[in-house]
Design a protein around this ligand. Structure first.
Ligand code: MV4
Length: 422
């Protein structure tokens, strides 16, 4: 886009590629994120001394921090993302659900907003039936959830859920909904501009997760037909229109085995898995975020996926030992390339993966005319990918690409629970 860039980095990330490739780079502190990437005054100071006009928050740390967005709003530095109120509204999961429900987005039957007392909880469960799931309003991404299958456990689980939420988020509020046993996680990518236009870029299938960490994502989903895409896309747009959403966002749905779908959460940032959408719809999502923040209009055309894309997250983790982190020096590095292959990474040979942050080393994305072609290409690309010196998830991904169920697209969020790797 011809925009000059400033990278901020902690002492642990000095040698990261983004630091080298940016026009300027500012060190914002020591490795602990509380003293660098989460330290708002240091980031604002870096923006100020370099004369930055905008901040792209990425997808971690402060990307969904309404306080940070608000501070940007109070200065002349543009936050590339939605308003601080929008981030706060979607960060309150019970409120987000009620907002979407009012907009006509399908939601899982459950409590109307938060449930404050045990008698109230009992009443809700009597109405909707067992099993139920208790979720923290301030949670999200699987944090602070409890499943109740027996009425006799409700008392205990309700109390535990509230205490846990209070301890983890400083907010004990919870809400209750019917537990869907074996859903798929399917999410819709949306874009909204400052002129009230909202569009969707189709779905991503994100059911291959382990402990709420996504490992493999793809677009389109093997189970989404053009008709279903239209319905899910329209539901996501209706929700986004109701709040006049601005920026890139993701509306997450639970997709039940009977074909129904329900709003789960809305993410107000660009996500790790956005490349699979870019590959099939031909839209640069980060470019759109920047265009939207500068007041430009988004394209009003309908986006249709062409072909199929898959992403494998290559983490510095040992899949042979419960995915334990494996930081250290990459002694040998060779990345695959060629037609239909994309690698997004900040690393290279001799790079030291610091132990302080999460373990994503590279995103390997393949594209094909069909899902089968994308899967085959992924298998070969994984086999060409050489990373030595640290353990990685590459051999795990090879095994998944060879799995019959995976190849048929027959899986849900429980897939990795009965996947025996090794
Ligand atoms: C659910 C659910 C079943 N029924 N809600 C997990 C993350 C958080 N965003 C919500 N989650 C779930 N909510 C109802 N009513 C199952 C999950 C869930 C899950 C969802 C998506 C992907 C992986 C998951 C793994 C375990 C549980």
């Amino acid at each position: 886009m011809g925009i000059s860039t400033v990278a901020v980095y902690s002492e642990a990330d000095r040698d990261s590629l983004h630091v080298r490739f940016a026009d300027e780079a500012v060190c914002i502190g020591p490795p602990p994120s509380s003293e660098s990437y989460l330290n708002i005054p240091r980031i604002m100071a870096a923006a100020s001394i370099t004369g930055a006009s905008a901040i792209h928050p990425g997808y971690g740390f402060l990307a969904e921090n309404s306080e940070f967005a608000r501070i940007c709003e109070d200065t002349d530095i543009q936050f590339i993302g939605p308003s601080s109120e929008m981030i706060a509204a979607m960060g309150d999961k019970a409120l987000a659900k009620e907002t979407m429900k009012s907009a006509g987005v399908p939601t899982v039957p459950g409590s109307d907003g938060e449930v404050d007392t045990l008698p109230e909880a009992k009443k809700v469960v009597e109405d909707i039936g067992l099993p139920v799931i208790i979720k923290a309003s301030a949670g999200g991404g699987g944090k602070g959830m409890r499943i109740v299958r027996d009425m006799n456990d409700l008392d205990n689980q309700f109390t535990l859920a509230r205490n846990e939420a209070e301890r983890a988020f400083g907010n004990g509020a919870v809400y209750i909904e019917r537990y869907i046993e074996s859903p798929r996680h399917i999410e819709i990518q949306i874009l909204g501009d400052q002129h009230g236009n909202i569009t969707h870029l189709g779905e991503r299938e994100c059911s291959i997760q382990r402990r709420h960490q996504k490992l493999i994502e793809e677009s389109p989903s093997p189970v989404v037909t053009p008709e279903l895409r239209e319905r899910m896309g329209e539901a996501a747009i209706a929700g986004a229109k109701a709040v006049r959403y601005e920026g890139a966002g993701t509306v997450e749905f639970l997709f039940d085995s009977d074909g129904s779908f329900y709003f789960m959460e809305m993410n107000t940032r660009v996500q790790v898995e956005h490349p699979v959408t870019e590959e099939v719809v031909g839209v640069d999502i980060v470019r759109e975020q920047i265009r939207i923040a500068s007041g430009e209009k988004i394209s009003r055309r309908k986006h249709q996926p062409v072909g199929h894309a898959i992403e494998c997250r290559i983490n510095a983790e040992d899949p042979y030992h419960d995915f334990r982190p494996s930081p250290g020096i990459i002694t040998s590095f060779h990345q695959p390339g060629g037609y239909g292959i994309r690698v997004d990474t900040h690393t290279y040979q001799s790079y030291m993966i610091p132990p302080h942050y999460d373990s994503l080393v590279a995103k390997l994305i393949t594209r094909g005319r069909t899902r089968e072609e994308a899967v085959t290409r992924m298998k070969y690309a994984l086999e060409e990918f050489v990373i030595e010196g640290v353990q990685t998830t590459i051999p795990f991904h090879v095994k998944v690409m060879e799995d019959e169920r995976f190849k048929k697209g027959e899986f849900n969020t429980h897939f990795l629970e009965h996947f025996d790797f090794i």
